[in-house]
Design a protein around this ligand. Structure first.
Ligand code: UDP
Ligand code: MG
Length: 319
């Protein structure tokens, strides 16, 4: 276990069309970092790292401006939109060797920045990973709350290790990020991979606020694809479930066959139009479903074998 007084903290903030929130976010983060350096909690070489994920609005312009006028701000421009998870990686991997600890957080300040002190405190006490965990979800809509909970339950049932009510607000030490770099997968679900790293870790509770400006960049469609990605990239249980289902149906069909043979021998069969049609549709549907799930995995294997880069840094405004 290694400890370091006054660590260099880099806050990695992915930004996709966030021009509405960036001024306020920058103001609050600058103020917070100012306090923390004054109190010698963190080094004055600490930085805010804005990673522009191919925004279509003026986000990158703002970042360039802040880079010039604000001593804390550095910027990374992604060559195009690659989504939240890849952008987090891009930020972390680009700056990892310049700092001691990295905290990732959203641009909309939904995650309470006041717990940063606690994050650093836990780090100084030997934790390599500190997960920010939401105290409650009172402020979420009923829909978001229940879908999120259903998601965590499903993840657990399927055997994936995820920290309950933890989004991507977390601290990672330099060596934890280096370890994360060893995971070469393209289908990335950080919340599932980070717990696999190991190292001492802990959680810190915080209150999650509403987005103070702009709208969510995670519409339902993205949420569903995120959840599916999480499950299929962390677990092979769906495939095993299909296998079990197949075995079960096969056994049942044998019993049914025996029943019909006996019926036939006793001369009691009737033209079974209904049962034939029903079974054709039933089995057909099941097969399609099974093929779909298997296809999902084959698609992943296909993507993984390509070994494509997960992000390309277009520009790194470094200080
Ligand atoms: N984000 C991103 N690329 C995307 C979508 C989102 O970098 O394609 C960023 C976004 O700018 C924000 C974070 O990911 O900083 C979380 O997005 P958002 O706040 O919209 O999600 P929500 O809090 O509604 O789940
Ligand atoms: Mg948000």
């Amino acid at each position: 276990m290694y400890m370091k007084k006054c660590p260099i903290l880099y806050i990695v903030v992915p930004c996709y069309n966030e021009e509405e929130v960036l001024p306020e976010t920058t103001r609050r983060l600058t103020e917070k970092l100012g306090h923390m350096t004054e109190e010698k909690i963190i080094s004055e070489s600490s930085r805010i790292v804005y990673v522009d994920d191919g925004s279509k609005d003026g986000t990158w312009h703002l970042i360039e401006e802040y880079y010039k006028e604000n001593p804390y701000v550095v910027g990374i421009k992604s060559s195009r939109n690659r989504g939240h998870q890849n952008t987090l990686l891009e930020g972390m991997f680009t700056v990892v060797d310049d700092c001691d600890v990295i905290v990732t957080m959203d641009a909309d300040l939904q995650d309470d920045i006041e717990v940063l002190d606690e994050f650093i405190h836990e780090y100084l006490h030997g934790n390599d990973i500190v997960y920010g965990v939401r105290k409650n979800r009172k402020k979420d809509s009923w829909f978001k709350r229940s879908t999120a909970h259903a998601f965590y339950h499903m993840m657990h049932l399927l055997g994936a290790e995820v920290v309950y009510d933890h989004a991507d607000y977390r601290l990672m030490s330099q060596r934890a990020v280096h370890a994360l770099m060893e995971y070469g997968e393209v289908n990335l679900f950080l919340r599932g991979i980070v717990p696999m790293i190991g190292y001492p870790c802990t959680t810190v509770e915080y209150e999650r606020n509403e987005r103070f400006a702009g709208s969510s960049k995670y519409p339902l469609k993205k949420m569903i694809s995120f959840a599916t990605d999480g499950i299929t990239s962390l677990s092979v249980k769906p495939v095993r479930m299909i296998l079990a289902l197949g075995v079960m149906i096969f056994l049942i069909s044998i019993l049914v066959m025996i029943y019909f043979i006996i019926g036939h021998l006793r001369g009691m069969t009737i033209p079974g139009w209904a049962s034939t049609v029903v079974s054709i549709w039933g089995i057909g549907g099941l097969q399609l479903l099974a093929i779909g799930v298997i296809g999902e995995y084959i698609g992943k294997i296909y993507m993984e074998t390509k070994r494509r880069p997960r992000f390309i840094v277009e520009e790194y405004l470094k200080k």
